[in-house]
Write a protein that binds this ligand. Sequence first.
Ligand code: UDP
Ligand code: MG
Length: 327
Amino acid sequence: MPVLSIVVPVFNEAQSIGVFLERVSPVIANLKLACEVIFVDDGSTDGTSDVIANASCTSMSIRLVRLSRNFGKEAALTAGLEASSGDAVIPMDVDLQDPPELIAEFVRLWQSGYEVVYGQRICRNSDSAAKRSSAGLFYWLFNRVSSLSIEPNVGDFRLMSRAATDATLQLRERNRFMKGIFAWVGFPAVGVPYVRPSRSIGNTKFNYWKLWNFALDGLTSFSTAPLRIWTYVGGAVTCGALLYVAFIILQTLIFGREVPGYASLMVVVLLLGAVQLVSLGIIGEYLGRLYMEAKQRPIYLVRDRIGFESEVSMAAEEAAVAPGVAS
Ligand code: UDP
Ligand code: MG
């Protein structure tokens, strides 16, 4: 049984696998703990699975979960956590943006009693200014509208005890905003500051549109404030409208009927129309997510699993029952 499970979602990362194992392997060798690395192939089309199946590593066993298509990083991560059996689990990116050298410190803090040890980026210089400021805005907004607070600049790179991992897996929602899920689960946690380097090989798999939708997922999964705010906006607009009605009635009573009013009429009509469309859109965002959740589809589908103990022992049993049949 492994003590430590490293979970790595990969999507079209054939070139990164070798470099990743080379950097992680010595770190694990120094720890002297039984360790497994679980790669989750999230529907790659560049032969990533073959590279993993042929890879070898002296300090840890390599396992592979292949999903039936690309389900997205959050689902792939969930598949990996579910397949892990270690007493502690570390989700990591394959591109070495999560420095493997930190693992030793994570394990030390875990052994000293923390259930969760997370990496916290102290500077985001490796990101573009636009990404930095949009991330900053997102954390600010999230912590304002959600009763849950998430640490800024904390990603998926962390160590979780078995208890924390199992707790995480109890949240079966389809919109899996992992940062939020990790925070929601709680457990005694401590942060380890680190400088996040740029991607070592290949390109980021997240464009701005994906990130925008990711932010929407995060906000809608952990806050209903955007939905509820419309009661207050509606209330404020109603008060304004009532005042305006009173004003028009008085004006008509005092100064008589006045025909010009096209501009004010248009302003009111357009403004109200816009407010209503925005509020409808926000209801739509929630309704769409509710619909997806209501379908109760699985979060991911596994195509096959390679290198897992249970399968190895099952294959051995079959071979024992029918010698010569199993190939
Ligand atoms: N990834 C994945 N499925 C996806 C997109 C990304 O499994 O649909 C993996 C990717 O291979 C990498 C990790 O998620 O191991 C982080 O991706 P990336 O480095 O592109 O994200 P960034 O660091 O730019 O946020
Ligand atoms: Mg990356």
